[in-house]
Design a protein around this ligand. Sequence first.
Ligand code: ZN
Ligand code: ZN
Length: 372
Amino acid sequence: MSAFQQRLERLRAELARAGVEALLVSQPESRFYLSGYTGHDLPPRDSAGYLLATRQRAYLLTDPRTSEQAAYEAPDHQVVVYGNVVSAPARMAELARQDGLKRVAFEAIHLPYLIARQVREALAPDAELVESTDLVDRLRIRKDPQELEQLRAAISVLDDCLAHVLQGLEPGRTEREIAWEVEYYLKTHGSAPSFDSIVASGPNASMPHAVPTDRRIQAHEPITIDIGARVGGYASDMTRTVCLGEAPEKLVEVYRVVQEAQEAAERAIRPGMTGREADALARQVIERAGYGQAFGHGTGHGIGLEVHEPPWLSPARGEAVLEPGMVFSVEPGIYLPGWGGVRIEDLVLLRADGVEVLPRSPKTLERAEVVR
Ligand code: ZN
Ligand code: ZN
């Protein structure tokens, strides 16, 4: 049984539990997860296709531009073509009628309202289209062996990329040059960036999502590099903060607090904790050091086909319980406007007895050999 068939079987168990006969899947990552089909949406109007997964069958609906690719990439699915004559909603409703489906779920966070309405109107009068929010997310949240293999590959090439980029980091180079070098390295090493690189130097480092500028990096200041790679559809994500030459006292202190916060969380996170409890492990260290107000984001996020996906290690939305097989980031930070900031981010795999830290990039603040 292929990995995709296994996932479909697990989805079918979720369908039964939710009391529905089928799920309409439009979210691209979930569509890929269940089928292997890599068609690209052109949002907001042009979907590359829809899955209709029933308890017995698996359909992949596409338009004629991608039907050949769909048949090749998703052999476990029956490819159904829609087009100018019969629209996608009409085709979906037609399949539901043909299979006698009475309760079809759709992804409320992804399917456009208009399409949902058109499907609903075309269904048999006694059939219902019902909202679902997490039927596929519930499967995707724990990674299977095939996914872990891709994630590890995406992390490994990112480790190599960072080592390469740090070698060339010198005062006078611009943030944008460094970001370009990350992109070039990944694209010439069988990968690609999984998101726009963040290279933030000096005062720019106080913005967690800073966009690289033409600012020239200098010695004795924080330089935050947050980068990600993609392999086989799976994303990695890592941050290191470095300083060329000796770091000023304040930077050494802030760095130490962030590193202690990260280590405290990585040491103590266990299955059975909520994401909120895991977040608190890092947050307490930063609060006790007096920087609580300067840590404005969650401690971590799940990662896989999407760079940010459940579970959330966050005070606001960390209600989910952490389970073995989940992969998420641990990335505390301290941001001081006008001064700069520090963030250190690892991806970890949760196991029965704690986390395995996945990247191997060192966490050395000072690159003393560059500037004396
Ligand atoms: Zn990151
Ligand atoms: Zn992250």
